[in-house]
Design a protein around this ligand. Structure first.
Ligand code: NCD
Length: 302
């Protein structure tokens, strides 16, 4: 089994991952070792920068008793001209599962076609980041006691952020009320919005103004400047896009602020001290979710 796009998953699959993550999280909290992946080797193949996704997959592997092997693309035979296909077919001989991040949209789907080993998409260009979306949905479900009918506002570079693309679908699947707010020119792809509205028979509100009142979850992301063709354009947007304590004044006291991280200049550091800022708790949820995902793709449950 591969994890390529959230659009390949149904609700019952996602709920089974959440249930298993709940169980694993309790085990970890009670310092009860999990050995479900003993003897397995997970490879993390990241061709784009990563802190959380790579380290949390490696930590998740370790926490479940597996080992991991890692790869530095700049120091690999790709530098000598080896193809991605040959690299993938080599690495799968060394491991039981590959977590792949690549700047090309569709890279994970391609890897799943050329490899027998299960592939987990750790982000393919601006396209999809399904495991991030699962941990985001899990965080919302736990912190807001459900997802259905919760008002979730996605705010940031909705055009280029793969986290937003995956999460939008997941929120619609679970019946959230969705508001999209972005700086001008960085709106969500309108075809994707229409497709999701039709599939789930919902209306997605799209805004150009900032208003965080009547919002249960504010989900931000940074400007994805590496995906801009004009870096100047990116820096112009970046200077006018910033979450400050002032903008949060009329937001509800029990709203939560999530962010996949890294945050750069778009969140005023003073917001970190706001009790509504939950992004580091969100980070922690990456471990049980990714343990459950590794177990699932490897077909192993303790
Ligand atoms: C995100 C990514 O790589 O898409 N980071 C992550 O995996 N937590 C978000 C980003 O880079 O903005």
């Amino acid at each position: 089994m591969d994890i390529i796009s959230i659009e390949d998953m149904d609700k019952s699959f996602i709920e089974s991952i959440f249930d298993r993550a709940d169980y694993l999280e309790k085990r970890l909290k009670n310092h009860e070792p999990v050995k479900s992946l003993e003897g397995y080797v997970v490879a993390t193949l990241f061709f784009e920068p990563s802190t959380r996704t790579k380290l949390s997959f490696q930590a998740a592997a370790c926490r479940a008793g597996a080992a991991y092997i890692d790869f530095i693309s700049e120091k690999s035979s790709l530098k000598k001209g080896e193809s991605l296909k040959d690299t993938l077919r080599t690495v799968e001989q060394y491991c039981d599962c590959i977590v792949l991040r690549h700047r090309y949209e569709g890279a994970a789907r391609f890897a799943a076609e050329v490899c027998d080993a299960p592939i987990i998409n750790g982000g393919d260009g601006a396209n999809q980041h399904p495991t991030q979306a699962l941990l985001d949905l899990y965080t919302i479900k736990k912190m807001k006691h459900g997802i259905k009918n919760k008002v979730v506002q996605l705010y940031g570079d909705l055009k280029n952020a793969r986290t937003m693309h995956s999460l939008l679908y997941g929120l619609a699947l679970f019946g959230a009320d969705i508001i999209l707010t972005s700086p001008a020119g960085l709106e969500m792809d309108q075809r994707l919005v229409k497709e999701i509205e039709q599939t789930f028979d919902i209306e997605i509100e799209q805004r150009t103004f900032i208003d965080f009142s009547n919002t249960d979850v504010l989900y931000m992301c940074r400007i994805q400047k590496e995906r801009f063709s004009d870096p100047l354009q990116a820096s112009l947007v970046t200077t006018e896009f910033r979450l400050t304590p002032d903008l949060l004044r009329n937001a509800s006291s029990d709203m939560i602020i999530l962010h996949p991280l890294p945050k750069i200049d778009e969140v005023d550091p003073a917001v970190d001290d706001d009790p509504r800022a939950k992004y580091f708790d969100q980070v922690a949820n990456g471990i049980p979710i990714r343990m459950a995902l590794l177990e699932t793709v490897l077909g192993v449950v303790e």
